[in-house]
Design a binder for this molecule. Structure first.
Ligand SMILES: Nc1ncnc2c1ncn2[C@@H]1O[C@H](COP(=O)(O)OP(=O)(O)OP(=O)(O)O)[C@@H](O)[C@H]1O
Ligand SMILES: [Mg+2]
Length: 234
């Protein structure tokens, strides 16, 4: 099987800062991948390059063998890549249900059925009519997560989904991510919590100063001297 996503020597610079420095990685469909690295190592910037929020300066990005570098965010979204943002983006003045309906142009009945199914998926069905602004931070993150699923993307990029989420909601989130994988979806997540990474990811990529430092199963990565040095050695 060809990889679903191929990142090939991608470079992104901001003035004198090389935020992503010749990074190559390859994702196979139906797996959960982790992207880790110290603060400022380029994780969000790489997500931005994949999703067209930023334009890469060099390299190629292919999704299902088609070039997607150069596409606009809405075009990448239509290709079948969904993402959440590190800083939460729900509409506080809309209900949980309405927050899901904003992304879809399907007929209303169908969309609202899908939205209710997704609320059940993360055990939030009882809060469908609640204003998102009244939900806990963790619940808002779950709403943002399932909003990504409204269009049934094949590849899901999650930027720190577990940060600030309490244990119960976190378990609901982790279960949901595993179920997506079991249905053949591909997930790439940025995460600082190594317990989450260890419990969820099959392969982990480590960035440091914009460069890919290591790649492998989480158990191996966790004991990799270079990785430990990058996190703790400064
Ligand atoms: N729009 C921008 N303009 C200028 N510099 C930027 C911009 N976005 C990111 N950077 C810089 O690029 C580098 C990588 O930042 P990025 O946000 O991708 O890191 P990160 O790994 O997501 O960090 P964190 O773990 O803190 O979220 C940093 O040096 C950052 O200051
Ligand atoms: Mg980030």
């Amino acid at each position: 099987m060809p990889p679903i996503l191929e990142i090939d020597r991608v470079v992104k610079r901001f003035g004198g800062v090389t935020a992503v420095d010749h990074v190559s990685l390859s994702l196979e469909a139906g797996h959960i991948y982790g992207l880790i690295g110290p603060n400022g190592s380029g994780k969000t910037t790489l997500f931005n390059c994949i999703t067209g929020v930023e334009q890469r300066d060099e390299g190629e990005i292919r999704f299902k063998r088609r070039r997607i570098d150069g596409l606009k965010p809405h075009q990448v979204f239509h290709e079948g890549i969904g993402r959440t943002f590190q800083i939460i983006r729900v509409f506080p003045e809309l209900t949980a249900l309405e927050n899901l309906l904003v992304v879809t142009t399907d007929d209303y009945a169908q969309a609202s059925e899908r939205a209710r199914e997704l609320l059940r998926f993360v055990k939030l069905e009882g809060l469908a009519g609640e204003y998102a602004g009244n939900l806990s931070y963790g619940q808002q993150k779950l709403v943002e997560f399932i909003r990504v699923l409204m269009t049934d993307p094949e590849l899901i990029l999650l930027d720190e989904p577990a940060a600030g989420v309490n244990r119960t909601l976190l378990n609901d989130l982790l279960d949901a991510v595993r179920q997506l994988r079991d249905r053949g979806k591909t997930v790439l997540l940025v995460e600082h919590d190594m317990k989450v990474v260890m419990g969820l990811c099959e392969t982990v990529f480590v960035l440091d100063h914009g460069e890919k430092l290591a790649e492998g199963p989480p158990g191996v990565i966790q004991t990799d001297e270079r990785v430990i040095e990058a996190y703790f050695g400064r």
